[in-house]
Design a protein around this ligand. Structure first.
Ligand code: DGY
Length: 317
């Protein structure tokens, strides 16, 4: 086993405890409060060859580390890392795909059902003692039956969601940057076209400039009055103001959201709406899956520093 103990890995801000432990066992872990170039001392700048993080990494931070070789990101979505700048600087970026696919797909389906059938609201009502006092919970206006599902982003997670919903007997269509080979569902070359053909839109698209506010007022209008939006991808992909307006005036029926434009802030207007089901970005957040992500992050660093080939490099680098 190659000796990696002298290699300095910088951890800016919070990191999953198991990832930190794995890094500490194999490397010299240096922790700082946040990924801010002003916190980089001359010693850190001289020594650090790797960064492990679950926070935003911008170009100035990358440039403050002249000997940086690799950024190991915790999570499959890496829109918070300036991967394009890392690429220009010849810095490898890795993420943690695959190990979370099933967990996120399960959450997406659960969120869709919760949104339609109001299961969390019914449970809260029972816990308030209202069943005994008031009789049965009102029937949900929403149902999965007869829905036509559109998936925006047909990567690994999108495909896992589609497989699950096929099992519910629902027709599936999708929009993606390009048609995905071997995927049997109807392809739409525009998001608006997809929204016009379905009543249930599930966003799984990666965040970043190319998808920013792609789910806008026009797309929501195209979904129609029965329309449901589920967002398990990134809050930045949805025009949040347009969504709030569409939910408030009945342009669409309901929304289930695991992600928001400015996390952890959730606007009062969304909280006040009855036709929303809201989760605190927990798509992949089971103990086992988060630990598997932590292991993959650490394994990427070990693989990079022992044979120069990380297990899961991101596309840009
Ligand atoms: C991911 O892995 O991208 C999840 O959304 C957590 O950030």
């Amino acid at each position: 086993m190659a000796d990696t103990n002298g290699i300095a890995i910088l951890v800016p801000g919070a990191l999953h405890a198991h990832a930190a432990k794995r890094i500490d066992e194999r490397f010299r872990l240096i922790a700082i409060d946040k990924a801010d170039a002003s916190l980089v001392t001359p010693e850190i700048a001289r020594d650090v060859r790797g960064v492990a993080s679950m926070t935003s990494i911008n170009a100035a931070f990358i440039d403050a580390l002249p000997n940086l070789e690799v950024i190991a990101h915790f999570g499959v979505g890496y829109d918070s890392v300036d991967a394009a700048h890392a690429g220009r600087r010849d810095v490898m970026v890795t993420n943690t795909p695959d190990v979370l696919t099933d967990e996120v797909a399960d959450t997406a389906v659960a969120l869709l059902i919760n949104t339609l059938r109001e299961l969390p609201k019914a449970e809260a009502w029972l816990r308030e003692g209202r069943w005994e006092r008031e009789g049965g919970y009102r029937f949900s206006r929403g149902s999965l039956r007869g829905r036509r599902v559109g998936i925006f982003g047909m990567g690994r997670i999108g495909q896992a969601i589609a497989r699950r919903l096929e099992g519910f007997g629902l027709p599936i269509a999708y929009h993606n940057r390009r048609q995905v080979e071997g995927v049997p569902y109807a392809y739409h070359d525009s998001l608006l076209g997809l929204a016009g053909a379905v009543d249930t839109l599930i966003n799984v698209a990666p965040g970043g400039a190319s998808t920013a506010r792609a789910v806008n007022a026009e797309v929501l209008r195209a979904l129609g009055a029965d329309g449901v939006l589920v967002n398990i991808g990134r809050g930045s992909t949805v025009d949040q103001e347009a969504l709030i307006a569409a939910l408030a005036d009945g342009t669409i029926f309901a929304a289930g959201l695991d992600v928001f434009a400015d996390e952890p802030h959730v606007p009062e207007a969304l909280l006040a709406l009855e036709n929303t089901s809201l989760l605190p970005h927990i798509g992949s957040a089971s103990v086992a899956t988060r630990e598997a992500m932590a292991d993959l992050l650490a394994d990427n660093l070990v693989a990079w520093f022992t044979d120069g080939k990380p297990l899961t490099p991101v596309a840009e680098t």
